[in-house]
Ligand binder design. Structure first.
Ligand code: ATR
Length: 283
């Protein structure tokens, strides 16, 4: 093997996650565990980057030989305009969480939706086909999961939000892909019980519990919070108090979206179950 080729195989490829703030991120731990499991030699950095420095920081990472980045709050929408190529699912979501630097170009993808689907359908055994789904919140997180959820052919998907206008805009945007409707929290129709309620508001980040529709929960309802924490989130506590069949936080989605990003970068999909166990998280 030529010297350059040997050097290339021995190089540790650089990845990282950019967000603001970022110190809480578990992505470095997850990717290190994936790398150990799959025998891949990578380095994964935590990069705190404020919005005004985002473009410079990404280009510098690319210029200095970085291979890929995860992009997290609050940069996921902004980064769309910086990519040279965008996957269909990222374009639909209007958000990018995975960048790959190849041949001088920046490729943008979004693994959040598939990460949620895998956690729900594979890890947690939730049936999405024919399900009645209620999503609370109508921001970027909701936009990213509607397309993938509709592909699973639910019977209905309702978006409830504090501001109904935002929910309606999303419902109109996705109405060609499936049965999506919008309403406000206080007028969520409950003629049929919901099989799945997903909290996609950011209210929990400030410890708030908005006037979520308690009547939408039945004893058969599975509740899922896209947020996660070491202590139960306000939504997951609320769902349990309302008598939900199960109330789960989004740790599984976090690990699944990371596995999809790892696969995009390294061409190998790690096992997620042992990593979730190693992180010692009780969902
Ligand atoms: P993200 O990218 O995390 O979705 P976002 O785009 O800022 O963040 O959206 C935040 C969502 O949480 C919105 O649906 C917001 O409701 P509004 O559209 O009415 O603003 C919702 N949200 C945040 N704080 C909330 C609160 N205290 N009560 C109810 N909804 C809240």
């Amino acid at each position: 093997m030529a010297d350059e080729a040997i050097a290339a195989t021995q190089t540790t490829d650089r990845y990282g996650v950019m967000g603001y703030p970022i110190s809480h991120s578990r992505s470095p731990v997850i990717h290190r565990l994936f790398a150990l499991q799959t025998g891949q030699k990578i380095q994964y950095e935590l990069l705190q980057v404020s919005p005004e420095k985002l473009e410079t920081a990404i280009r510098q990472f690319q210029r200095t030989g970085g291979k890929g980045l995860n992009i997290t709050v609050p940069h996921k929408s902004e980064v769309v305009r910086l990519v040279d190529q965008i996957s269909e699912r990222a374009a639909t979501a209007g958000a990018v969480n995975t960048l790959s630097f190849r041949g001088g170009e920046i490729h943008g993808d979004n693994t959040d939706g598939i990460g949620l689907l895998r956690d729900l359908a594979v890890n947690l055994g939730v049936t999405l086909e024919g399900a009645n789904i209620l999503i609370l919140g109508a921001g970027g997180a909701t936009r990213g999961i509607i397309g993938p959820l509709l592909e699973m052919q639910p019977e209905s998907l309702r978006i409830a939000n504090r501001s109904v206008t935002k929910a309606q805009i999303l419902a109109d945007h996705f109405s060609r892909s499936g049965p999506v409707t919008a309403c406000q929290f206080n007028v969520v129709p409950v003629s049929k019980p919901y099989d799945l309620i997903i909290n996609a508001t950011s209210a929990g980040l400030t410890g708030e519990t908005p006037p979520y529709p308690a009547k939408a929960i039945s004893e058969d309802t599975f509740c899922y919070d896209l947020s996660y924490g070491l202590a139960p989130t306000p939504f997951s506590v609320w769902a349990r108090e309302c008598g939900a069949a199960q109330s789960v936080m989004g740790w599984g989605m976090l690990v699944e979206q990371a596995a999809e990003s790892f696969n995009i970068w390294r061409g190998i999909r790690p096992e997620t179950e042992p990593v979730l166990k190693q992180m010692n998280i009780t969902a």
